[in-house]
Ligand binder design. Structure first.
Ligand SMILES: C[S@@+](CC[C@H](N)C(=O)[O-])C[C@H]1O[C@@H](n2cnc3c(N)ncnc32)[C@H](O)[C@@H]1O
Length: 393
């Protein structure tokens, strides 16, 4: 078994190996280990932003039943219960150490909860809400709970693809799936054949790889969902800290499934600034990257509300709020121009991103920064317009 595999340890985590932390409204015991992958139970403090954004999404979407399918320390599920007022939160992890730690952490945060054991699961009842803790294979659990959850959160190691089918069956037909993918090397083209195998898509390399990877991930979920007559609407999708994260609201019916499939398409990229894209089920010519989602990466109204929530609730990290601000302001058009790649390509100095944005706006185009790269910008203008702005407007 791997270090973080199912049988990484046979003895429970000792208290001396734990330290106490606060994240959001939750108090947690987490492993005290020099490197995160050495710990008996996985905990990555950098993923706080991922969890913060999940809480913000849940606060505006208001799911009653939530599944945190890969719970590890339980931090995410506990936060859904404490900060998003979910009535029934299921926390699951295949590792016994993780199960014991999530139970310890649940008891720490809900000390007066009544605890009962039901068929290998532990149920904690506190006030009008409950936590259900289990140590099952996520696919098995999700198959068991058919059309049960309002929100299914998948945060596995690496690729989520092998859990998508079960998640789409376990979530209600108008529910939400929140999916993390950390296999960035695959989705960004470092391992092109692995991307073909896992996502049935051809990834692109170069400066557009992260946005294309994000769109390949969404496109894959769209194709998985279509066979169940489910369509998707993107609430929010982003790339950050070497992972992808998408929040998708499901829409029920064949029409929705076909509408979502209609937003799949292909990217044609031949070098910095030289890209085209099309929406089409099959590529119209050779050299296509994809298939990938060519629709919106955010729902404007939802992101506006998430942005407001972020400013209003005191327990969300400051860097999360800054990131949400950036997402809120970002122009939602496919792909972008990267100043460093363009300068290298054309042998010129790198201008300031803010200067280029200003000049493009003066020329009548929309233009903003993008969360995908600090050296890049999005615009409704084409390469010729960008070069005009580059030369001074
Ligand atoms: C990336 S960690 C989850 C981190 C957690 N969501 C957080 O925010 O801190 C992935 C977890 O999935 C668990 N896991 C791996 N395979 C699993 C499976 N098939 N079913 C359920 N849990 C699994 C691992 O034990 C590990 O704790």
């Amino acid at each position: 078994m791997t270090r973080h595999g199912t049988e990484a340890r046979c003895v429970p985590v000792r208290v001396s190996e734990l330290r106490r932390i606060i994240e959001g409204e939750a108090e947690l015991f987490v492993p005290r280990a020099p490197r995160i992958y050495d710990a008996p139970v996985f905990f990555n403090p950098i993923m706080r932003l991922n969890r913060d954004v999940s809480i913000l999404c849940a606060r505006i979407l208001r799911p009653k039943t939530v599944l945190d399918a890969f719970s590890a320390t339980g931090i995410r599920g506990i936060r859904y219960a404490l900060e998003a007022d979910a009535e029934e939160v299921w926390m699951n992890d295949i590792s016994r150490d993780a199960f014991e730690l999530m139970l310890k952490n649940s008891r720490l945060n809900f000390p007066r909860a009544l605890q009962v054991g039901v068929g290998g699961r532990v149920v904690l009842i506190h006030g009008g809400s409950i936590l259900v803790l289990s140590k099952e294979d996520a696919n098995r659990l999700m198959s068991d709970k058919f059309r049960y959850f309002d929100l299914v959160d998948l945060d596995p190691f690496g690729s989520p693809v092998e859990y998508l089918d079960a998640a789409l069956r376990s979530v209600k037909r108008k529910g939400v799936v929140a999916v993390t993918a950390t296999d960035t090397g695959v989705l960004c083209g470092a391992y092109g054949r692995a991307c073909l195998k896992k996502y049935l898509a051809r990834p692109v390399r170069g400066e557009l790889c992260h946005e294309a990877g994000l769109r390949i991930l969404i496109g894959t979920i769209v194709r998985y969902a279509a066979k169940y007559d489910l369509g998707v609407e993107v609430v929010l999708a982003y790339y950050r800290d070497h992972y992808f994260r998408v929040f998708l609201r499901l829409r029920s019916g064949a029409k929705w499934a076909l509408k979502s499939l209609g937003m799949l398409g292909y990217l044609y990229y031949t070098g910095p600034g030289r890209f085209e894209y099309e929406t089409a089920f099959l590529p119209s010519r050779e050299g296509a990257y994809g298939p990938m989602w060519m629709g919106k990466l955010k729902d404007e109204e939802s992101v506006k509300r998430i942005h407001e929530e972020c400013r209003n609730c005191g327990f969300i990290g400051r860097d999360t709020c800054e990131f949400i601000e950036l997402l809120h302001e970002e122009l939602d058009v496919p792909f972008f121009y990267d100043t460093h790649s363009l300068a290298r390509e054309f042998g010129t100095q790198v201008p300031k991103v803010s200067t280029l944005i200003e000049r493009l706006r003066e020329l009548g185009f929309e233009a903003t920064k993008t969360h995908l790269s600090p050296t890049a910008f999005k615009t409704t203008g084409g390469l010729a317009d960008v070069m005009k702005a580059w030369r001074g407007g």
